[in-house]
Design a protein around this ligand. Structure first.
Ligand SMILES: Nc1ncnc2c1ncn2[C@@H]1O[C@H](COP(=O)(O)OP(=O)(O)O)[C@@H](O)[C@H]1O
Ligand SMILES: [Mg+2]
Length: 241
């Protein structure tokens, strides 16, 4: 019996063909590091990048979860911009994993077709090399969500997920993981306990402080290590690690 389902609007997802994502230019305005490279927002993502790199003077491979208290605070856009900023550094290879198996959006922001990905891989139905897609920007690859599973937490908490993270650390310098908001599922806390660090995304002036504190506490209670806050939603975007 299959526990995977496609979203209501599409049929079964196809496997990505080799290099198909390499031919797709990045067009979305939210990808400020590419679209407005000299903007203050792009610079703020470079500041976050520099802080993350500085935390890691030996240059060991790092896995980092991005989450937020609430939906729509800018997690997915921030993960992608940080990946683009990291890939500006010479020789750095970055993988972005879409681990929001409830409401994925990475492919939308990258103007890519939805394809099989993490859920098929964690179900043992898709090899890693067919799940990873290299983008048109050198040094960045993605592992998209794939079909929406009925049991996201079970898949994300599986031994296969831990093995995947170990394997990706052998191939990439940074593995950035986009997750759902921590207020409605435990997926972010679960993944947060498996990685080297967590960045908490906070939309400036909107998210009540008690929601941010509660998200922070629950991530650390589960064993996660919150290494930084990424503030979004203002021209004067702010990042701190
Ligand atoms: N830096 C940004 N510049 C412009 N719009 C942004 C930025 N970050 C997020 N947004 C907008 O905020 C909304 C939510 O962003 P998203 O990253 O999808 O949030 P989340 O992943 O936390 O649910 C989207 O409409 C996105 O276009
Ligand atoms: Mg998102």
């Amino acid at each position: 019996m299959s526990l995977l389902r496609s979203s209501a609007s599409d049929g079964p997802l196809e496997v990505a063909s080799p290099d198909e994502a390499k031919r797709v230019p990045l067009e979305r305005e939210e990808l400020v590091v590419i679209k407005r490279p000299k903007s203050q927002q792009a610079e703020q993502f470079r500041t976050l990048r520099n802080s993350i790199v500085a935390l890691n003077p030996e240059g060991a491979p790092r896995t980092i979860v991005f989450t937020s208290a609430l939906r729509g605070e800018g997690k997915s856009v921030s993960v992608l911009n940080l990946a683009l900023a990291l890939a500006e550094l010479p020789g750095i290879q970055v993988a972005v994993i879409e681990a929001n198996l409830h409401s994925p959006s990475i492919e939308k922001y990258l103007s890519l077709q939805r394809r099989q990905g993490l859920s098929e891989l964690l179900s043992g139905r898709l090899p890693l090399d067919q799940a990873l897609r290299a983008l048109s920007v050198n040094g960045v690859s993605i592992l998209s969500a794939g079909s929406l599973p009925r049991n996201p937490s079970e898949l994300l908490g599986s031994d296969r997920m831990r093995t995947l993270l170990r394997t990706l650390k052998q191939r990439f310098n940074y593995v950035l993981i986009d997750t759902p908001e921590s207020s409605t599922t435990s997926d972010a806390s679960l993944l947060g306990s498996m990685v080297d660090g967590i960045v908490l995304v906070v939309r400036c002036g909107q998210t009540p402080k008690n929601f941010v504190d509660s998200a922070h506490n629950s991530l650390e209670t589960m064993g996660g290590n919150v290494v930084g806050i990424c503030m979004t939603g203002t021209e004067l975007e702010n990042t701190a690690v």
